[in-house]
Write a protein that binds this ligand. Structure first.
Ligand SMILES: [Zn+2]
Length: 248
């Protein structure tokens, strides 16, 4: 099978190719759901686009079938994934509108299926949870902060002020609800994975105002074009055949 590049679009990123004719397919998975993706070519490279929340942003973060999504991409021959996640900032010097490439995470999710290895003992190494090679390639293609600790909460509620204080004391930079277990599952399948975290707001306690979904979507709308451009440039930059520690 030809090797492909997978794009997982988070909130606000529902297509990379507005108006283009795409091949749309559904992949059956052993995890209860079939997964809808679009296929297209760019500079002779095969690209698979997967909207994380399904078409029309129907699935909330804690109900996303992360295993089905990663399984489907692997089935299609994807060996490297660029994902987008909308996040809140825990640092004054990472203002809304910033783009962050996380290089580490803390997992505070609690009721998600987090592994493909339910029936055998496998402990995947996460010294480098996000692919360094892919992350550095993305970093060259736009104005991005090339490191950061991402904390994933269960959601769908936003965080309390006490939780944000705790995360800050743990060294967290950004908080979101969709980064885990996606990055771990990609690692388990031997795929390179990097995420572009789009800072849509300051987290509770850094901002005086109540946090609303409207401001999240407004900022996403404002950053969408820039993020898509970074992804397309990165697609042009990354090789299809390559060596990387993630693949073993
Ligand atoms: Zn890699």
């Amino acid at each position: 099978m030809t090797k492909k590049i997978g794009i997982i679009g988070g909130s606000g990123i529902y297509s990379l190719t507005d108006g283009m004719d795409l091949e749309k397919i559904a992949i059956k998975t052993p995890y209860g759901d079939s997964v809808n993706v679009s296929l297209f070519k760019r500079n002779n490279k095969d690209i698979v686009f997967l909207p994380r929340h399904k078409i029309g942003h129907k699935t909330p973060p804690h109900k996303i079938n992360y295993r089905a999504n990663i399984f489907a991409l692997k089935e299609l021959g994807v060996n490297q994934i660029i994902a987008t996640n909308s996040v809140g900032s825990l640092k004054k010097d990472i203002p809304p509108g910033s783009l962050v490439l996380p290089d580490d995470f803390i997992d505070f999710t609690c009721r998600r299926d987090k592994t493909f290895y339910d029936d055998e003992v496998v402990h995947v190494d996460l010294t480098q949870p996000y692919c360094e090679r892919l992350r550095n390639t993305i970093a060259k293609n736009g104005k991005l902060i090339n490191s950061g600790v991402y904390v994933c909460t269960e959601g769908p509620r936003f965080e309390t002020r006490a939780e944000i204080k705790m995360f800050q004391s743990l060294g967290v930079d950004i908080v979101g609800m969709t980064g885990l277990p996606e990055v771990v599952l990609a690692k388990e399948k031997g795929m390179c994975y990097s995420s572009i975290a789009i800072v849509t707001n300051y987290s509770t306690s850094l901002s005086k105002d109540k946090l609303t979904m409207e401001e999240v979507f407004e900022m996403m709308e404002a950053k969408k074009k820039e993020v898509i451009e970074i992804i397309l440039k990165t697609i042009d930059d990354v090789p299809i055949d390559y060596e990387c520690d993630c693949l073993s």
